[in-house]
Design a protein around this ligand. Structure first.
Ligand code: GLU
Length: 446
């Protein structure tokens, strides 16, 4: 058995979005579970739109998600092998020269549609004689090259969709090589999949038709097709497809907004699967939850609000060990602090404002809640002596209550506001010992 090998093959023409993350993660988790290899393949044959910046951004975004490819390949490094494959197809009569201009093709398409015929390329170029071709070339036309489909049923057992088939007679012969000699995606992809020993191609449903074409090309090249799996696509809430142009859904944008990578991964993988969407703390756990065979066939809707919610839940459950290094980098120390505030975080960076609230100088804590001077005198005088612990808050507030008769909101709100400047936040029982006696005294109004 050859090593299970998958690849994630974005074109470096934009930033990855959450839909691309779904494809990357399904590949990554599949490989992880099978003890296989995950390769990043940059489909950069479109030299005009591909940039080194986007390529670097893709690698960076994958790393942020926790995906570490076993290797990176660039299609621009392998042009010779595509040319070789094209030559083989030509010699078999499976790749033929076409001379129609885009305008001519468009007019033909419209005519077919007007007659109620499917707009399939009519293979007119196949009938050209050598003399006719020479005449067209003398006119200054350069050919583009189409693959001659076998016009039969191509069947495969899809890892997601089960028994699948496409009748290639219903398709136009695809253009594999442009007039300027550059390759469209279809041929390089299969040539690389064969060269890289890819065993499983896991990609979006938008590639189902390509798969039928590619299985025919693989057969023509004498190769063995990999297994294919086509997952459902993510759409916006209104059902539109995600596009690299929608920058706010880019992984970059989400990361800048403080979204945790595992929140992105949890949503990108679990939405539209058989599992309930929930925050999953590690790739290992997520790998156990995905099963390609149980991914829904319907498009899955990506809800940004759901992501925000998942992100918060992930932080609320995050153990100190998982947060420790990042806290230290922010100059924050202490498990007690983390456990006290994590339940109030929407984003990790919110820890900083809680840290300032606990440790910072007495700000202008505006005490809006009604409390009279006698209340504050009682609050000071009842303040228990150090050392403080988790029970100090109750000891203190019981005493203030006994002395002033204040209870419920009238008791707690003035104290919370005086101590934190806010009317909401973590449990004061946990926060009070962190603030400490000295700072508490400073913060109580006189
Ligand atoms: N570059 C192609 C894309 O981004 C790859 C598709 C594939 O996985 O074969 O759509």
């Amino acid at each position: 058995m050859s090593t299970i090998t998958v690849r994630f093959a974005p074109s470096p023409t934009g930033y990855l979005h959450i839909g691309n993350a779904r494809t990357a993660l399904l590949n990554w988790l599949f490989a992880r579970k099978a003890g296989g290899r995950f390769i990043l393949r940059l489909d950069d044959t479109d030299q005009e739109r591909s940039t080194a910046e986007f390529a670097a951004a893709i690698a960076g975004d994958l790393a942020w998600l926790g995906i570490v490819p076993a290797g990176t390949e660039r299609q621009s490094d392998h042009i010779a092998r595509y040319q070789e494959a094209a030559a083989r197809l030509r010699s078999q009569g499976r790749l033929y020269a076409c001379y129609e201009s885009p305008d001519e093709l468009e007019r033909r398409r419209k005519r077919q549609l007007a007659r109620g015929q499917p707009p399939i390329y009519d293979r007119a170029a196949l009938a050209l004689t050598d003399d006719e071709k020479a005449a067209l070339e003398a006119e200054g036309r350069t050919p583009h090259w189409r693959f001659k489909l076998a016009h039969g049923t191509v069947a495969w057992t899809d890892l997601v969709r089960g028994a699948s088939q496409v009748d290639t007679a219903s398709l136009s012969d695809p253009v594999l090589v442009r007039a300027d000699g550059t390759f469209l995606y279809t041929l390089p992809s299969v040539v690389d999949d064969l060269a890289m020993g890819v065993t499983h191609v896991i990609r979006g449903e938008d590639h189902v038709t390509n798969t039928a074409v590619q299985i025919e090309i693989i057969a023509a090249l004498g190769g063995t097709p990999p297994a294919f799996g086509h997952h459902n696509l993510l759409t916006t809430m209104s059902g539109e497809g995600l596009s690299k142009r929608l920058g706010h859904l880019s992984l970059r944008g989400l990361r800048e907004n403080g979204v945790e990578p595992m929140a992105v991964a949890s949503l990108a993988v679990l939405v539209g699967s058989a599992e309930a969407v929930r925050p999953v703390a590690s790739m290992a756990e997520l790998a156990d939850l995905v099963d390609l065979a149980h991914i829904s066939r319907a498009p899955a809707k990506f809800d940004e609000a759901e992501l925000t919610h998942l992100n918060a839940r992930l932080l609320h459950e995050m153990p100190y060990e998982a947060a420790r290094e990042r806290l230290l980098r922010a100059g924050i120390d202490g498990e007690g602090f983390w456990l006290a505030v994590r339940g109030n975080l929407e984003r990790f960076a919110d820890v900083e404002s809680w840290w300032r609230i606990v440790h910072g100088p007495a700000q202008d804590m505006t005490v809006a809640a009604a409390a009279d001077a006698a209340f504050w005198v009682a609050a000071r005088e009842c303040l228990p002596p150090a050392p403080w612990d988790g029970s100090t808050w109750k000891t203190w507030t019981d005493a203030v209550k006994a002395r002033t008769g204040a209870k419920g909101r009238a008791l707690f709100m003035p104290l919370r506001q005086a101590l934190t400047g806010l009317d909401h936040g973590p449990e004061l029982a946990a926060l009070l010992p962190l603030i400490g006696r000295e700072r508490t005294l400073e913060r109580l109004p006189r």
